[in-house]
Each structure stands twice: as structure tokens, then as C-alpha cells.
Design a protein around this ligand. Structure first.
Ligand SMILES: [Zn+2]
Length: 489
């Protein structure tokens, strides 16, 4: 199958951020065979020609961190610090089963595709009652949509109470803590076996799936589990994804467990390399920035989530100054609550500007768009994230005849500052058109909404019960939070 995209303005997002006016893109199978000026386009015949004379072509974005199970509870979770928020979020997952995980992933995946993301890293955590916690259903949903995905199976083998600096645990908390642990933790060996089987079952790049281990967080895993996951990734040349230092309580816990930073600990286990991506990476030490740079590892910045649950401001300017490959994510819909990468790109280009800081280091729109595209592809070992010969044909076409791009002064700045997803016209993933005229092509959008609505409705009784139980934990968790930060901040 050969496709010609005729006459677009091409925002290549190659390493020199080249923009080509009156360009042409030829796709042969699932790869880009030509990208450059229209007058030099190779001769056809073509099986399909897309008239893009009034379009902007950009690489599909890579959402480098989210949780597909969270889409049914968007707008529902309290704006409270992670340790409290997480008790509620975990409670909402407890009675979800395969069909619910399918519905949730379908809803979020639809939103991502329609807003210009063509790859998502799904740090999948579901229910221990399901095989692979239900991740197989999420993978099925993303394949049905035609959305490329890196499915990182979340594993943890420590009891919940050992993963946060709770101090003297209130006895009234014990039952809830046990339930939290039971819904997540398994033995180390059981998790490693499941992880290996998960990769063997689902890893299939030709079906758009990269399957890999995703240890939940450094302090939530034993060293044996962490190194076992790293071995699985190394053996099959896969990415490795983990949460790192999202909150100050995690930094405190890391220092007390290991005597140095969480990232240093991973490095002492030989795990920090180019295949490692670390969601958040906020409460790190200054020399951790250098460590990221030296090892070629990637912090994944999730600006909306960090603001929504008050986690803190990641050292994005310091990362960029040190030459670190920073990727960008939405995080799950329980802490964002949209799954829109244009929103993430706009936020990262705004929230790091503040008076008194060196304005030469403020995040530029081009840097923000690189984070949203090629940087994410690089960390997941995907030959994508830019419009260039040989790259995977993951391409987004934006309508130029809209307020966002008229007058067209600076296309990159306008994509980052003015686009909200409403001008997405066509999306190709792996050379296939999966959004046309702004609508999904492979699945009926109304059906996606109905499936999601039905799943949420049948979960309502158990969700209310579980959320009430989570509420009983809040005072003790709040006490911990104020112990870590001091109350008058
Ligand atoms: Zn996360």
C-alpha cells in the first residue's frame, strides 16, 4: 500500500526541527518513504492520495505515561496529595474486571487519537483478580482503535504500609491497609513469572504492541523484583518504565530505605540506562539530573497531573540544560483528567516560566513539542516521533483554516500555544488512517461512549462502598502528609 500526502506544510520535528512548506509525504507500507518538497516527490502510482493543501502535517505525539484503567473515574477524584488521592483511586479499581478495563482503555484511547497522540505508554495497573491484572483487555482496546501502545505491566511486591512513611500506624487503619496490599502485592517470583508470560503473550510490534515490565515505583518493589524486571527488559531489548520520586514523602521514604536517592538506588542495581523511563522524577537530588544525562535515561514529565494533585514542579529546565531526553505524558485520567497531549505540551511550555528564574532556560515551544514527539519515541525504542524517511508512518494532519493558525506566524509556536485538538483532521498510525475528518475510522465513537457509560454504571454500587472505605484512611494519611511537609506551608 502506497499513500501520498499532497502539499501539506510539514512540521518534521527532526533533530533540527525543519519545517517544509508545500511538502509531500509518501508512505510505503507502514514507513515514510519520502518527506520533503512537493516538487521532488517520487512518481506514483499511489493507492491513496490525501489532499493536504490546507493541512499541517506533524508527527503523531507519544503520550509517555498514563494509566488506561483510570478513564471511567475522570473528574471524580479529589484534588488531594498523591498518598491520599491514591487510596481513593485504588478503591475505584478494586471491582473492575476485564470488560471494564476494555471500556476504560477504549475511552481514553479514543480521546488520545482524536487529539493527535499516536502512541501511548500504558503503565497498566488493574485488579489482581484478573490475569495480567486485566492488561490484556486494555491491549485489545488499543489494537481495536489502531493506537500504538507500550504496555508496561505494573508490579509491586511490598505491602502498602511499607511503601509510605506512615509512622505509627493507627490500628483502625489495619483492615484497609491489608485490603490495599491484597489488591496489589504478589510474591516476587509470581510477579516475575507473570511479567515474562505477559511479554511472551503480547509483545508484537506488528500488532502495535510493545509489552514490557513496569515496576510500580522504586520504594514499592524489592531489589529482587526490580532487577528481575530489568533482566526481562534487557533479554528482549524492551523498555523499562517506573514511577520515580513523585512526592516528597517518596523522597523521604527513599532516603530512609536506601540512604540515598531513589534514582541512585536504581543505579546501584545497574538499571539506569537508555531504555529506562521514569514517570514524574520530581523530588530528586541535584546530582540525579547529571545521572539521567550520563546514563541516557528519560524522565517523563506529567504537568497536568503534577498540578492537579500538587506533587511539585519537576526540574525540567535543569534536565534540558543538562541535555537529558525529557518525554511528556498526560498521566491517568484520575489525576489529569483529560488525555490530551496538546494540553500537556501547552502546560509544559508555560508552567516553568517564572519571574526571577533565568528566562534563557524557560521551556520553548519547540522543546515542548520535541518532548511530546521524538523524545518519547526514543525512550521506548520506537522508530517514530518525526516525519523523516524510514520512520514509522504515525502522522497527524491539522486543519489550517482555523483561528489557531490564521494568520500563520509561527507554526510550531501556534501548535503548542493555540492548538487544543479541535483541528485534528486525519491521523495515521503505522501507515493506516485511523481518524478521518476528525472521526475514528475503525470503531464507532458512539459505541465507545456507550460501552464506557455502561461499565461505569454497573460499577457504581461497589465504587461507592470502596470509596467510603478509602475515606476512613484519610485522617492517618493526612497526618503523614503534614508530618513530611510541616503544617503551615
Ligand atoms: Zn502514574
Amino acid at each position: 500500500m502506497k499513500t501520498l500526502i499532497e502539499n501539506p506544510l510539514i512540521v518534521t520535528m527532526n533533530d533540527s526541527n525543519d519545517v517544509v512548506d508545500k511538502g509531500a509525504i509518501v508512505i510505503d507500507g507502514n514507513r515514510i518513504a519520502y518527506a520533503g518538497p512537493a516538487e521532488r516527490v517520487p512518481a506514483g502510482p499511489f493507492d491513496m492520495v490525501i489532499d493536504a493543501g490546507r493541512m499541517i502535517a506533524m508527527p503523531g505525539m507519544v503520550n509517555a505515561h498514563c494509566h488506561s484503567a483510570a478513564n471511567l473515574v475522570r473528574g471524580m477524584m479529589p484534588s488531594k496529595p498523591l498518598e491520599i488521592w491514591r487510596a481513593y483511586y485504588r478503591a475505584s479499581l478494586r471491582d473492575m474486571r476485564e470488560d471494564d478495563f476494555y471500556a476504560s482503555a477504549l475511552l481514553g484511547g479514543m480521546e488520545m487519537l482524536k487529539n493527535g497522540a499516536t502512541t501511548v505508554l500504558d503503565h497498566f495497573a488493574g485488579s489482581a483478580a484478573c490475569k495480567f491484572m486485566g492488561a490484556g483487555a486494555a491491549i485489545r482496546a488499543m489494537r481495536d482503535l489502531g493506537l500504538r501502545h507500550v504496555a508496561a505491566l505494573t508490579v509491586t511486591d511490598k505491602n502498602y504500609e511499607d511503601t509510605i512513611p506512615l509512622g505509627q500506624t493507627d490500628v483502625s487503619l489495619n483492615d484497609e491497609l491489608k485490603r490495599m496490599s491484597a489488591s496489589e502485592a504478589k510474591s516476587t517470583r509470581a510477579w516475575l513469572d507473570e511479567c515474562e508470560e505477559f511479554v511472551a503473550t503480547f509483545h508484537a510490534p506488528d500488532k502495535l504492541t510493545t509489552a514490557c515490565p513496569g515496576p510500580s515505583a522504586v520504594q514499592r518493589c524489592t531489589d529482587e523484583l526490580l532487577t528481575g524486571c530489568a533482566d526481562i527488559a534487557r533479554k528482549s531489548n524492551l523498555p523499562l518504565h517506573i514511577h520515580l520520586a513523585e512526592t516528597k514523602a517518596q523522597q523521604v521514604q527513599g532516603n530512609s530505605l536506601y540512604g540515598h536517592s531513589l534514582l541512585r538506588h536504581l543505579d546501584s542495581l545497574g538499571m539506569v540506562g537508555a531504555n529506562l523511563s521514569c514517570a514524574h522524577s520530581i523530588w530528586i537530588e541535584d546530582d540525579d539530573v547529571e545521572l539521567f544525562a550520563q546514563r541516557g535515561a528519560t524522565p517523563v514529565h506529567n504537568p497536568a497531573s503534577n498540578l492537579r494533585i500538587g506533587s511539585g514542579l519537576a526540574k525540567v529546565k535543569e534536565f534540558l540544560a543538562a541535555g537529558v531526553n525529557v518525554a511528556l505524558g498526560t498521566d491517568g485520567a484520575a489525576s489529569n483528567d483529560n488525555q490530551n497531549m496538546f494540553d500537556a505540551a501547552r502546560l509544559v511550555s508555560l508552567i516553568h516560566n517564572h519571574a526571577g528564574s533565568d528566562f534563557n532556560q524557560w521551556v520553548s515551544p519547540a522543546q515542548a513539542l520535541a518532548m511530546a514527539t521524538r523524545n518519547g519515541a526514543r525512550t521506548f525504542g520506537l522508530d517514530a516521533g518525526m516525519i523523516a524517511v524510514g520512520k514509522l508512518a504515525d502522522i497527524v494532519l491539522l486543519r489550517r483554516d482555523s483561528a489557531a493558525y490564521r494568520p500563520l506566524n509561527d507554526v510550531v509556536n501556534q501548535i503548542v500555544f493555540c492548538e487544543n485538538g479541535s483541528n485534528v483532521d486525519t491521523v495515521l498510525v503505522n501507515g493506516e488512517v485511523v481518524v478521518a475528518g476528525g472521526r475514528l475510522t475503525k470503531i464507532d465513537e458512539m459505541e465507545v461512549l456507550q460501552i464506557a457509560e455502561a461499565a461505569r454504571a454497573h460499577l457504581e454500587p461497589s465504587m461507592q462502598k470502596e470509596l467510603a472505605a478509602a475515606r476512613s484512611m484519610e485522617p492517618a494519611l493526612a497526618e503523614m502528609y503534614f508530618r513530611v511537609f510541616g503544617k503551615d506551608r
